[in-house]
Design a protein around this ligand. Sequence first.
Ligand code: SF4
Length: 355
Amino acid sequence: MAANEAAGICMTEAAATDLPPLKVLLCSPRGFCAGVVRAIETVEQALKRFGAPVYVRHEIVHNRYVVESLKQKGAIFVEELSEIPDTDAPVIFSAHGVPKSIPAEAQRRNLFALDATCPLVTKVHREAQIHHKRGRQIVLIGHAGHPEVVGTIGQLPEGTITLVQSVAEAESFVPRDPRNLAYATQTTLSVEDTAEIVAALKARFPDIHGPHKEDICYATTNRQEVVKKVAPMVDAMLVVGSPNSSNTQRLREVAERAGCPHAVLVQRAEEINWAAFESVPVRSLAVTAGASAPEVLVQGIVAALRERYNVTLETITTADEDMFFPLPRPLRADQASDIRNQESSLGSSTARSVA
Ligand code: SF4
């Protein structure tokens, strides 16, 4: 974010041209969060320290541009460890987290594992483990099949965690012991949808234990807040990000719910449907980006808008962010250069290295 954007509604840069006018509101915060920065940096630093290839289990973050860029630098993306040959190259777990069986498998195969799980996802894993130790049945609020949900459920023995995806499921859920329950949530959900599901659970099970602080992360919350503010002010909103990015999809939904009539997810400028712009017609437009979408894609969209419109640009800021997560321990600058050998001799404890 440019320094002059941080002060709230700021600059104007319209030039007198023959192009039709378009007011563009840039949402801030938008784009990369601290967990995504850490995950990408983990791959880049591993490439720098150990050379190509490095293997990455699942998309390191859900963004095609990021994945393609890292592929060009020598990262090989796989979905399962079984696709990786026996190797001493690093194997990196994505920001979404993995079931416990994955680091166990890496250790069994003596792979050099680096864990790029976001520390805020790891926090949810720990909460689930504590509830389990205390004998509580755990309800996880989230979306079936999302890798973060698969990873959280996989922290505990099969059947321990019950997934609840909606208010209807919260209302029909049958616990083993209604007085001994806890809930946790995926980090990238809609704040409002989740509050409704939690309220439905609490109405039925007043003793249910929850997180001390919300599981939905700061980045998800902040990006939804600014979208909520800006949505009623514009004719349309472009949400930059990949369709398989949960927090990005939630931004589009939040925009619609907050009163933006046309909220559209696009991965890059080339995907913009310009004909739809003219048919609406769009005189004011907001642009935001999911937590895994790089700023270069936002700037590409602004450049494409400038080619077709006389753009007046403003930034709307609702929060400043300064969150930072250190890299996994083996990649920190203060570690010895032959860390891979040290970690191997320690039995690959790297598989669970977290900030
Ligand atoms: S969206 Fe939140 S939980 Fe996910 S990587 Fe970013 S900070 Fe971590």
